[in-house]
Design a protein around this ligand. Structure first.
Ligand code: NAP
Length: 325
């Protein structure tokens, strides 16, 4: 079968489509035929070799899969051959940029018929992160106001949909007109362009001077200090994304009894993951969660997809489609 292999860390060009042996499931494992695989920013950080997590080489990237169960190992009870599934994570030593891959049973979840495989590939990291950030870490409550600071990409769309469904007032930002239109379509009550000079002051106007209860921050190195100015009393800034250093004035936080939180999905416990995927499964089935796939690339063009995911002007999720999927 075909799979992307990374034999050395470096620029996107280190990803090559190669022929590799098809794996077979061991006890507790599931062989998933990959119909689509999500491209996450973290895939590019890991591939570059500069990220805290470094897989042993060679490796196949990709954690988020939409596909069909092709075979199950001894002891697997939650899914059976032919099931439509999404997977969040793969078994040690395997990856999703491939025609098929191995997952541990706990990583595989049933995909409702109303959700396409490409949408399934947009669920795991983005929706899992948004849920954990919003509800488990920032403890957002119905009736509160959330600023989804970077709402046009994978995590932001997910956060917008689930916050809206959960009874929060949602202010979402994007950096392009079509991104702003998309964020509004996904349920944001208000949208602002994070490239406009005065957009942060408009947040105070939109909240009658009170500020926002929760900020889901996708680019903390740019925004964190100004976030503290638009935080309501007892507000929480939840850092999801960051690409550099930042200077803040802690006094702004003191005056609000505010909290700055950080998180990475790699720290999610098994119990949190069970809760998250139960919630996501329910939302995908009842129509409140609808992943948006902005672009599909053939698996052979993984290099281009890694370029695209780091460009400005996000429009939902980027996925790769293996040959014959
Ligand atoms: P994505 O699909 O590439 O979206 C990136 C988002 O950031 C877009 O909405 C983009 O808006 C926005 N953005 C760009 N400039 C911004 C600015 N100045 N202020 C606020 N937002 C801005 O990426 P993603 O998958 O949603 O992930 C978002 C970030 O979270 C990435 O840095 C990623 O590495 C990180 N992340 C962290 C975790 C974790 O476990 N902590 C998990 C998943 C993702 P425009 O393109 O419209 O300008």
């Amino acid at each position: 079968m075909k799979a992307i292999l990374v034999r050395e860390f470096g620029a996107a060009g280190v990803m090559r489509l190669e022929d590799v042996p098809s794996p077979s499931p061991g006890p507790g494992q599931v062989l998933v035929g990959v119909k689509a695989v999500g491209v996450n920013p973290v895939d590019t950080y890991i591939r570059s070799g500069t990220y805290a997590i470094k897989p042993s080489l060679p490796y196949t990237p990709g954690a988020d899969i939409g596909g069909i169960v092709e075979a199950t190992g001894v002891g697997v009870t939650r899914v059976t051959k032919g099931d439509r599934v999404y997977a969040n994570g793969t078994a040690e030593g395997h990856g999703g940029y491939s025609e098929a891959t191995l997952c541990d049973e706990s990583q595989v979840h049933l995909l409702p018929d109303r959700i396409s495989f490409a949408q399934g590939a947009a669920v795991g990291v983005p929706y899992g992160t948004a849920w954990r950030a919003l509800f488990l870490k920032a403890k957002a409550r119905p009736g509160e106001t959330v600023l989804v600071h970077g709402a046009s990409g994978g995590v932001g769309i997910a956060a917008t949909q689930m916050a809206r469904a959960g009874g929060l007032r949602v202010i979402g930002t994007a950096g392009s007109d079509r991104g702003l239109a998309l964020v509004r379509e996904q349920g944001a009550h208000e949208v602002l362009n994070h490239n406009d000079a005065d957009y942060m002051s408009r947040i105070m106007a939109l909240t009658a001077g009170r500020g926002v209860d929760v900020i889901l921050e996708m680019l903390a190195n740019i925004n964190l200090d100004r976030d503290l100015e638009v935080l309501a009393l007892h507000g929480r800034v939840m850092i999801v994304g960051n690409r550099g250093r930042v200077e803040i004035d802690p006094r702004k936080l003191m005056g609000k009894d505010g909290t700055v939180l950080g998180m990475t999905m790699f720290n999610a416990t098994a119990e949190e993951r069970r809760a998250i995927h139960a919630a996501l499964g329910a939302g995908l089935a009842n129509g409140t969660l609808n992943p948006v796939v902005g672009r599909e690339f053939p698996l052979a063009q993984a290099v281009d997809a890694h370029g695209a995911v780091m460009e400005a002007g996000a429009f939902g999720k980027i996925v790769l489609v293996p040959p014959g999927a």
